[in-house]
Design a protein around this ligand. Structure first.
Ligand code: ATP
Length: 233
C-alpha cells in the first residue's frame, strides 16, 4: 500500500523571500499516530494547510494517498483547524446533521456517544459553551468521520487536563487501525503516550523523523525531554 502522505522537496514561501517550509521530504505510513512537533513558527500549521489544500506549495510536491491535495483528498482527510471554524449560532444537533449530510463517512452514532460521555447538551447552541467545550465539540466532529487521515492542529490546547485524557482516548478509540492521525501540539508530555512516531520541524526543515520506541531506546529519554534538549533556547 502506498503511504498515506508523501512530500518531496516541499517548500512554502510567504512574501518575496521568507520560507516557512524549506525543502521538506518525508513519508508517513498508514495505521499510526504521528506527533508533528516544533517550536513556535517552525512551520507546522503551514505544513498542515498544505496537506489540506488551503495553501499551495511554492515548490516541491505533496501527495495524499498518491494524489495532490484537492477535492478527492478532502474525502479521505478529516481536518481540525487551529481555531474554531464552526457556526456559533448553530445547535450541536444541527451541526451533527450538517456534518452527516456533508461527509458520507460521518458516523452520527459515534458523535452522539462522545457528546453524551462528555455531558454536552446537543440542544444548546455552540455560542453558549466555553472555549474548551467548543474545542471538544469541534474535535468530536472531526473524529466522527471514518477518514483515512486525521490532521489535528492543536487539538487539546484549550481543554482542561482532566478532559485531555478522555480526548486522547477518544482519538485512540475512534479511528480505524489503517488510518493515520497527525497531531500538532506543544503539549508533548500529555500526548506522547499515544504517539507511534514523531516529526520534529525546525525553521521549516525536518529535524527528526523517528519512532517513539526508537527515541526511548536510542536516547534513553522521553519525547518531551528530547524536544527540550533539541530545541533549547
Ligand atoms: N500568511 C502568512 N504570511 C507571512 N508569514 C506567515 C504567514 N503565515 C505564517 N507565517 C510565518 O511562517 C512561519 C511558520 O508559521 P506556522 O504558523 O506554520 O508555524 P507553527 O509551527 O504552526 O507555529 P505555532 O507553534 O506558533 O502555531 C512563522 O514565522 C510565521 O510568522
Amino acid at each position: 500500500m502506498n503511504p498515506i502522505l508523501e512530500c518531496q522537496g516541499l517548500s512554502k514561501r510567504y512574501g518575496s523571500s521568507f520560507y516557512a517550509l524549506n525543502n521538506l521530504s518525508l513519508s508517513i505510513g498508514r495505521g499510526q499516530i504521528v506527533g508533528l512537533l516544533g517550536p513556535n513558527g517552525s512551520g507546522k500549521t503551514t505544513f498542515i494547510k498544505l496537506i489540506n489544500d488551503i495553501l499551495v506549495p511554492t515548490s516541491g510536491k505533496i501527495l495524499i494517498d498518491g494524489k495532490e491535495p484537492g477535492v478527492e483528498t478532502k474525502k479521505i482527510v478529516s481536518y481540525l483547524p487551529d481555531r474554531i471554524h464552526l457556526d456559533d449560532s448553530m445547535k450541536i444537533k444541527d451541526m451533527i446533521a450538517y456534518f452527516s449530510d456533508f461527509y458520507t463517512d460521518f458516523v452520527t452514532d459515534r458523535a452522539y456517544k462522545m457528546l453524551t460521555d462528555l455531558e454536552i447538551d446537543v440542544n444548546k447552541r455552540l455560542k453558549t459553551f466555553s472555549k474548551g467545550t467548543k474545542e471538544k465539540v469541534q474535535l468530536l466532529l472531526t473524529m466522527s468521520r471514518d477518514a483515512q487521515l486525521y490532521v489535528l492542529d492543536e487539538p487539546i490546547g484549550g481543554v482542561d487536563p482532566a478532559a485531555r485524557d478522555y480526548i486522547l482516548q477518544t482519538i485512540l478509540g475512534n479511528y480505524n487501525e489503517n488510518a493515520t492521525v497527525i497531531i500538532s501540539t506543544h503539549l508533548i508530555h500529555d500526548i506522547e503516550n499515544i504517539l507511534d512516531r514523531v516529526i520534529f520541524i525546525r525553521q521549516g526543515q525536518l529535524a527528526l523523523n523517528a519512532a517513539v520506541d526508537e527515541i526511548r531506546m536510542d536516547h534513553g529519554k522521553s519525547v518531551d525531554a528530547l524536544f527540550r534538549e533539541v530545541f533549547r533556547c
